[in-house]
Design a protein around this ligand. Structure first.
Ligand code: 26Y
Length: 795
């Protein structure tokens, strides 16, 4: 159906695929018809890509991730296939509003935050670069919960993206594997054989991931858990309706929900089952493909690079050894070496509580053979180290980080600082034993989604100025450098930002009933809510600023709109308190007639990829204020810089590299370094000292304590204040004064409109290195040893 124009194709799909007609079609029908019409245009290249891969016997990348935070897919496909104009004309010609049709699509939130969004950017870059790749994950029925507020408090409800027809996926009835859990290992013919007790079916669903210009498409293959056996008619006929439905419900539980946590290990059996389920199904699929194509098993590393996105798929090590050794009779040492040749592991956090550990008891009961193999792997590894200082188990737990490390030929961090800290802290001993194993691959973001598509005004200006080569090769943004002193360019740059801000202001008024001045500074912090990310530092500054304005309402204040968005893990009490505090502060400040010309605070509900796409192009200031040493990289920081929002931030994660590139003058640096943080924490009474030394900080804390933001219950924030003035583990108080000063530097810079637009444009011109295309090229060279294959279509 690619031989007809898009309009005809939409109408045909509306009629023949949906059985609807133009007179009665709903917005949803039109959106599906458009999706199918667009989808038709990519299928041939998708197939051509896999044919080309097979033809040359190319090595493939397999990206195993519990999370793929892909967001909406229709606009991405339209942009990458360069169908914007045709789609626009077709829709308006049919009497439809293109924006409304695009926004009708639910946002697929199959991830929590940074790690999941990174996986989505990587998939897009792999396709853009023409690298044969599969993403493997779980087809969650319910993605990340939907967030709303009730009296300022976070309320979670189930997200249900799959209740709508999902136009982008294909169910592969021929790709299904039986997955077992539990049971026991018995000796049979002198070999250990695992007899699982419980089994479910892993059913594959494929979504094409189209690269820029539609030349190449890879597959995102997500597994859904289904019952092994059909429906129990006997039981049903006996009237046992619930019992008849039970096996199905139980099996489906495994792919029912995404764990809404990016901080703590839940210790839940179901989570371990999910991890094993998708990892083992993916490995089975990889081996099946390898064996179908032929070749000696020891050559697997020449054909398959398997990347573990954090430790969530770390069971891949023992599982691959099991498949090679137990099921294919490869000697154990060789099986371990072969598995290691394929596997590599990315670490995304140094926070000890987020490093996965599973109890040996749980592991033994759920995966008895794997527990034995982990012991064998541990013993083999111990034999290599004279000191025997590293063990994969201890205190009755299996250490998944260590397991992933030992089973990987390369281990990477996600920013220069993070990789350095990995070597010095969590993996110090393993790094000493394997000094060449740890490498750095600083994160990146796809410029197609995060600039071209999210910010058409700015990307149009860039293309008019330097041509469109930047879309493939983001470092070409450097060619904007001469324009940074051209008043006409800077006017156009500022006009694009101003128009984006006006759009956001209109949307805030229409959707959230808040009025903001588009000429105020839009100061934005959007990310998961976590103490280490320090949203509470930001709101303390807002309270202090409000008090200063009230004390001097005639002062020369720079108007600001502080925008927050982000979800807290449902079980993370303190993070939820921070959300509530911000909402309570917003209610008081926004209704203060004395100050609200100068300061507004807004917490937008239900942060997701689509909201990020709306906010980032309209932002002036990017808040990246984590306690130094805690944020592994950050990727939002890169999106803001690219879209011309200078950062106010600490020397943490990729902020360090952003500042190096955009220039110290175009970055509002503050706060302690990672080393200073450690030293400061050792100072007794560090918080009390900091509070005593800064009247603004003590004033803000006093304002909270006295109940100004507590509505009816005065002591609502007693816990928050006690935490900050007590242990203050994340050093909010100790960094407050430096943060305040940096904010005032930002005010002064913003007040000079010419200087600010230059600073913003510098951020765009110098952020080209943060493309995920560059990151993927790094993985290809340093870790995967793969090369691109071109299908040759549409060149
Ligand atoms: C153990 C389990 C509950 C768990 C689930 C999700 C643990 C961690 C996570 C997610 C971690 C995550 O998103 N980390 C972020 O990864 C980004 C991509 O590398 C980094 O930019 C960011 O700094 C880091 O916090």
């Amino acid at each position: 159906m690619t031989d007809v124009d898009l309009r005809t194709s939409i109408l045909r799909h509306l009629t023949y695929s949906l059985g609807s007609d133009a007179d009665h079609a709903t917005q949803h029908d039109w959106r599906i018809a458009l999706s199918l019409a667009v989808r038709d245009r990519l299928i041939e290249n998708w197939h051509a890509a896999s044919r080309a891969t097979r033809a040359v016997g190319a090595k493939r990348v397999y990206y195993l991730s519990m999370e793929f935070l892909i967001g909406r897919l229709l606009e991405d496909a339209i942009v990458n296939l360069r169908l914007e104009d045709e789609a626009q004309q077709a829709l308006t010609g049919l009497g439809l509003d293109p924006v409304a049709v695009i926004q009708d699509e639910p946002d697929a939130a199959l991830g929590n935050g940074g790690l999941g969004r990174l996986a989505a950017c990587f998939m897009e870059s792999l396709s853009t670069l023409g690298v044969p790749a599969f993403g493997y994950g779980i087809r969650y029925e319910h993605g990340l919960f939907r967030q709303s507020f009730e009296e300022g408090r976070q309320i979670e409800t189930a997200e249900d993206w799959l209740t709508q027809y999902h136009a982008w996926e294909f169910e592969r009835r021929d790709v299904r594997f039986k997955m077992c859990f539990g049971g026991e290992v018995v000796e049979e013919g002198g070999k250990p054989v695992w007899h699982g007790q419980e089994a479910v079916m892993a059913q594959a669903y494929d979504t094409p991931v189209i690269g820029w210009r539609g030349r190449w498409a890879n597959t995102l293959r997500l597994w859904s858990a289904q019952p092994l056996h059909g429906f129990d008619l006997d039981r049903f006929n006996r009237g046992e309706y619930a019992a008849a439905a039970e096996p199905e419900a139980l099996a489906r539980t495994i792919s029912r929900v995404l764990y809404p946590d990016d901080t703590t290990e839940q210790g839940k059996e179901l989570r371990l089952k999910q991890e094993y389920f998708f990892t083992a199904a993916s490995l089975r699929d990889i081996l099946r493909r390898f064996e179908a194509e032929g070749g000696a098993l020891t050559d697997l590393p020449k054909r398959a690079a398997i990347q573990l996105n954090d430790t969530h798929p770390a069971i891949a090590g023992p599982e691959l050894v099991r498949l090679l050794h137990d099921e294919r009779e490869m000697p154990l040492d060789q099986a371990i070496a072969t598995a290691r040749g394929c596997l590599s592991y990315t670490n995304h956090t140094l926070m000890p509580e987020a490093l996965e550990r599973w109890s040996e008891d749980l592991m033994t009961s759920l995966l008895p053979r794997h527990m034995q193999l982990i012991e064998r792997i541990d013993a083999a590894h111990a034999a290599e180290q004279p000191s025997r200082s590293v063990s994969l188990t201890g205190d009755g737990e299996v250490r998944m980080g260590e397991l992933a490390f030992v089973m990987a030929h390369k281990v990477n961090g996600v920013s220069a600082l993070h990789t350095d800290l990995m070597k010095k802290t969590v993996f110090a001993e393993l790094h000493r034993l394997h000094p060449d194993r740890i490498v750095n691959e600083t994160n990146g973001v796809t410029p197609r989604r995060w600039l071209l598509s999210a910010n058409p005004r700015l990307s149009g200006l860039i293309t008019r100025t330097i041509g469109e080569g930047w879309v493939d090769d983001l470092e070409q943004l450097e060619r904007l450098e001469p324009s940074l002193t051209d008043p006409a360019f800077l006017d156009a740059y500022a006009a694009a930002k101003r128009a984006n801000k006006a759009d956001l202001a209109d949307w805030l008024a229409a959707e959230h009933g808040v009025q903001v001045d588009p000429d105020a500074m839009f100061d934005v912090q959007i990310k998961r809510i976590h103490e280490y990310k320090r949203q509470h530092l930001n709101i303390l500054e807002a309270i202090a600023l409000w008090r200063d304005i009230k004390a001097n309402p005639q002062g020369n204040w720079v108007p600001r709109v502080k925008i927050f968005a982000g979800k807290a893990a449902p079980g993370y009490f303190f993070a939820k308190e921070i959300i509530r505090l911000i909402n309570d502060v917003a209610a008081v400040i926004n209704s203060d007639p004395e100050t609200n010309r100068y300061l507004k605070v807004i917490f937008l509900p239900n942060y997701n990829v689509s909201l990020a796409e709306r906010l980032i192009p309209a932002s002036d200031l990017s808040e990246q204020i984590s306690t130094a040493g805690k944020e592994a990289s950050g990727t939002g920081n890169m999106k803001f810089a690219l879209n011309g929002a200078p950062t106010i931030g600490t020397l943490d994660g990729a902020n360090v590299e952003i500042r190096d590139r955009v220039g110290a003058r175009n970055f509002f640096l503050f706060g302690m370094t990672a080393d200073e943080v450690e030293a400061r924490r050792a100072v007794p009474e560090h918080a009390a000292q900091a509070i005593a030394a800064d009247p603004r900080l003590s004033g803000a804390l006093m304002e909270i304590s006295r109940g100004t933001f507590s509505r009816r219950d005065r002591h609502r924030y007693r816990g928050v204040v006690a935490n900050l003035s007590g242990a203050d583990y994340f050093l909010v108080c100790s960094d407050f004064t430096a943060y305040w000063d940096a904010q005032r530097r930002a005010d002064a810079a913003f007040a000079d409109a010419d200087a600010w637009r230059r600073m913003a444009a510098c951020n765009t011109a110098r952020s080209g290195w943060f493309s995920s295309d560059r990151t993927i090229r790094g993985y290809m060279a340093d870790i995967w040893d793969v090369v691109a294959v071109r299908s040759g279509l549409d060149e």
